[in-house]
Design a protein around this ligand. Sequence first.
Ligand code: NAP
Length: 274
Amino acid sequence: MARLESVKDRIELRNGTGVPCVGFGTWKLPEGEAGLDALGQALADGYRHIDTAEVYGTEPCVGRALRDSGVAREDLFVTSKVWNDHRGRDTALKAFEGSLERLGLDYLDLYLVHWPATQGADDEWQSTNRQTWRALEELYRDGRVRAIGVSNFERRHLEPLMDAADILPMVNQIELHPGCAQEETRSFCDRHDIVVEAWSPLGSGRVLGSALLADIAARYGCTTAQLCLRWCLQRSAIPLPKSADPARISENARVFWFDISEEDLRRIDELELS
Ligand SMILES: NC(=O)c1ccc[n+]([C@@H]2O[C@H](COP(=O)([O-])OP(=O)(O)OC[C@H]3O[C@@H](n4cnc5c(N)ncnc54)[C@H](OP(=O)(O)O)[C@@H]3O)[C@@H](O)[C@H]2O)c1
């Protein structure tokens, strides 16, 4: 793969769809003008990949910011997700239409199952996941979405889904940051050509106080946040940092001018957060 040089550079999924290598997270993005300003700043800084979800309540704001930006639709990459109480074929199809309407778009780039139905919480969890997945397969076949995937699926959720699927998940969006290295899920995804996206790549801000990370970052002359995002990229994951602060939005996009050594990558892999 060619060296990534900006947040606009794309990582290819197995179906050939390119995903801009750093996304902009919108969970807890403020409503109204402050949210629009943050998204406007992100788009001005080059972010083209916006991560939203039915449950975040940010789809209308994302839609408006995208329209206001004047960026061509084909240069944008918009993800949304079907929420837990809309699992199942018919409900997921309906949830998708709702997301499109709130975003004001006529297709999505990526649609994800937000969380798996799980053993203990749902007696029919495998069947529930299959039904939801069937909806996503239909949307993909109908050209309503350019790629489909899951989120928060571990190997034990992925295997039964993949055994019954016609189209395999192309993406798995999981919690991934120093202190949460997700070795098992990442290596499973790697073996099955499923691209990993990293949610909370800064641990929702929690990892930024780590003395070890601060020490390593100082050696590279980057901030601790940039180190976390660079670690995700060098571990082949697409980070989705969220910020509502203009300076931090720009900072999080500048992660292409340094390389973390293999030794430091391993030290970060092994970090345990207290
Ligand atoms: N699929 C899922 O189940 C799931 C779950 C959670 C999140 N997500 C996605 O992942 C995205 C990111 O996760 P997240 O929002 O939990 O957390 P995050 O991106 O790891 O961290 C966001 C926090 O860090 C702060 N921050 C951002 N950049 C910073 C910087 N350069 N220096 C210092 N502080 C910085 C932000 O504050 P300011 O805003 O004040 O800068 C905010 O408090 C979400 O927005 C969402 O799109 C998905």
